[in-house]
Write a protein that binds this ligand. Structure first.
Ligand SMILES: NC(=O)CC[C@H](N)C(=O)O
Length: 386
């Protein structure tokens, strides 16, 4: 790995927030200008997975870990075909990346993909500001010299509330992910790509699922036409209150009593299909060490998160839905936010966090086994009728 010799960091850059707060730093990655929702991620590791997670589309991500880029960039860790973050904020970029897997510097990768970033000393102050005031619209610019004008332009940029973004990141054509060599195919899974991370079909495939990944607009008829043993609804960017076609698809799958599993955006969409509301969190959960408790076993998993919205559901026991009874299965121990839903009369469940990890701990990987178990039970004709 060559020593970083580029000199983009010599250019001044400004970060402006919609509430008028302005930060100064030096350019990192591409120079230019970008707008998005400013959010912070507390992960100490996994910057490459974060950058390429489609759920970060239209977000300017502030890393709280002070050194970013230490292990460079490789071709194995991306969670999708490109970097999705709208902008990237770091305290200090690594000048000399060091890792046997490194193929490029992070700075070079950001520039190659046209992603505007800023290296600035005050990432801690910025994070505390976002924690106290909430995630808000922002811009990073190396071209606008008047901070006031940049703030004005941030105020006319699009909000994350009401943003319908899954269609912008989803695959346009279906594709298949097969079990690895030596693993026999046991189940056929249809996975609706609302912004899917590459690790998710892999986690299913390594358990013997042949996964057909479908575009975000897939209808229940199209999904069920594949005669799947189970249906998966993925993570994804934007406001879940907009994703009406995915909600309709979930309802069709629930009617058909085909096992259903949802992650993150998929959890919010299942919630909406059950006629629960969703709401925007003040600053959201983004990191790799959020404690989540299973309400029945009281067992705590340390989990990977990336969500700015959440489901509003009663946490004091089962409640009625158009699809029978359901319950909140998991809650976040930091703030009590609903982190999982389970139907009691249908083979369906979802979590707000990321059992596929990438990046993050693997504590919750067993949820993929739970999904396989539901498919096995259905195959054996053991799914609760009703
Ligand atoms: N990772 C995700 O699926 C995020 C879901 C949704 N866009 C949110 O921010 O809450």
């Amino acid at each position: 790995m060559a020593v970083r010799t580029d000199a983009t960091a010599d250019q001044p850059a400004i970060l402006a927030l919609e509430d008028g707060r302005v930060f100064h730093g030096r350019s990192f990655g591409a120079s230019g200008e970008t707008f998005g929702e400013a959010v912070f991620n507390t992960g100490m590791t996994g910057y490459q997975e974060t950058l390429t997670d489609p759920s970060y589309h239209r977000q300017i991500v502030v890393m709280t870990a002070p050194h970013i880029g230490n292990t460079g960039v490789n071709d194995d860790d991306p969670e999708s075909g490109r970097i999705w973050v709208a902008g990237y904020v770091v305290r200090e970029p690594a000048r000399i990346p060091s890792n046997w897997r490194a193929q490029r510097t992070l700075d070079a990768e950001l520039r190659a993909q046209g992603v505007v970033g800023i290296a600035m000393p005050a990432t801690r102050a910025l994070t505390r500001h976002l924690r106290d005031r909430g995630a808000m619209r922002a811009a990073i610019s190396t071209v606008e010299t008047d901070p006031k004008r940049l703030v004005e332009r941030v105020r006319t940029s699009p909000e994350m509330s009401g943003a319908d973004l899954a269609g912008e990141v989803s695959t346009t054509e279906p594709y298949q992910v097969d079990p690895p060599a030596g693993v026999p195919s046991r189940f056929r899974v249809a996975a609706v790509d609302l912004g899917i991370k590459a690790m998710t079909p892999q986690r299913l495939a390594e358990r013997g699922c042949t996964v057909t990944v479908l575009p975000a607009g897939a209808t229940a008829d199209q999904i069920l036409g594949l005669e799947p043993d189970g249906v998966f609804f993925s993570n994804g960017p934007g406001d879940p209150s907009t994703a009406d076609s995915a909600v309709a698809a979930v309802r069709g799958v629930l009617h058909a009593r085909v096992p259903l599993f949802g992650i993150c955006f998929g959890n919010q969409i299942l919630g909406r299909a059950l006629e629960l509301g969703t709401y925007k969190l003040r600053f959201g959960h983004r990191g790799v060490n959020q404690p989540v408790q299973d309400v029945h076993t009281r067992r705590v998993h340390i989990t990977s998160h990336n969500h700015g919205f959440a489901v509003d559901a009663p946490t004091d026991g089962p409640f009625d839905t158009p699809f029978g009874r359901a319950e909140v299965s998991h809650v976040d121990l930091n703030d009590g936010v609903v982190e999982g839903l389970r139907l009691l009369d249908r083979p369906a469940f979802s979590v707000q966090y990321h059992p596929e990890a990438a990046a993050g701990p693997h504590d919750a990987a067993e949820l993929f086994d739970t999904f396989c178990e539901l498919m096995a039970q259905r195959e054996a004709g053991a799914v609760t009728p009703g």
